[in-house]
Design a protein around this ligand. Structure first.
Ligand code: DGL
Length: 275
């Protein structure tokens, strides 16, 4: 039962760019009365090709920016950060932090146990190198995991108009997925929050697999946590957007990542200041 405002501070969400908007979209739907602050580090994207120490440095700056906005909880809507330094983000934040690994691994394990037991993880180089999804899946009783690094997916989604009939999109997606298609994994984790924009074309190469959007299931986990901690807000509903890149470009491109939502404005942030 909701007894009023409880905690009117906003929820913070961050990603290396626009991909985290796939998680924000779901969070907005699930929690219409929360204020949300989104930060996309578009000036420094991609994170997935960087070393763990650089990813950590960027993630802590992103976290400090959100803390400067007074957030009560943080959704790390980036598979690369979640898999490389979620604990460090949590220690820095001092508020509740949810990443995109656990809930997706749990959902995939449930599906795979009812199927052939095999889970595929698609992610950035840094996510795959971390082994974080495998570890989480092992913890949920899944031992058969195929991980595929798909480094061309983020630039494709950020800079192109991927569609199921587009030649360039099909050439790139098939390059990564044809080698695993015959194994017919029961569940496929979209371990990078940009990948749901390629859902239709991924489905074309893995038609029998259930695709799991790691950002969307993490939004469900955050909602459950906020409710468990009794820190819901029943009086908000605003969304603010910040980016380290160009604000106009952010507004122009954000729409492709959001269902039922429009971005009217975004503010540019000098993220290097958050040392
Ligand atoms: N959305 C980020 C992720 O989930 C993209 C990674 C990148 O910037 O390379 O991993």
């Amino acid at each position: 039962m909701n007894n009023g405002f409880r905690n009117e501070k906003p929820i913070g969400v961050f990603d290396s760019g626009l991909g985290g908007l796939t998680a924000l979209s779901e969070l907005r739907r699930l929690m219409p009365n929360e204020d949300i602050v989104y930060f996309g580090d578009s000036a420094r994207i991609p994170y997935g090709t960087k070393s763990p120490s650089v990813i950590k440095k960027f993630a802590l700056q992103d976290t400090r920016f959100l803390l400067s906005k007074g957030v009560k909880a943080i959704l790390v809507a980036c598979g690369t950060v979640s898999s490389n330094c979620l604990n460090e983000v949590y220690e820095e934040a001092g508020v509740s932090v949810v990443g995109v690994i656990e809930a997706a691994a749990k959902r995939a394990a449930e599906i795979a146990k009812g199927g052939n037991g095999l889970v595929a993880v698609l992610g950035t180089n840094a996510t795959v190198n971390s082994g974080a999804f495998e570890k989480a899946l092992n913890g949920f009783g899944i031992s058969e995991v195929i991980s595929v690094a798909c480094p061309m997916f983020v630039p494709l989604v950020e800079n192109w108009h991927p569609s199921v009939d587009d030649g360039a999109t099909n050439a790139i997606v098939s390059e990564y997925l044809l080698p695993i298609a015959a194994k017919k994994p029961s569940a496929v984790i979209l371990g990078c929050t940009h990948y749901p924009l390629l859902e239709e074309v991924i489905k074309k190469y893995l038609p029998e697999s259930v695709l799991i959007s790691s950002g969307a299931v993490a939004a469900e986990e955050l909602k459950a946590l906020v409710s468990k901690l009794s820190i819901e807000n029943s009086n908000g509903g605003a969304t603010e957007f910040y980016t380290s890149g160009g604000a106009e470009m952010f507004v122009k491109n954000a729409g492709r990542f959001l269902k039922d939502m429009k971005v009217e404005a975004a503010e540019q942030v000098d993220i290097e200041r958050f040392e």
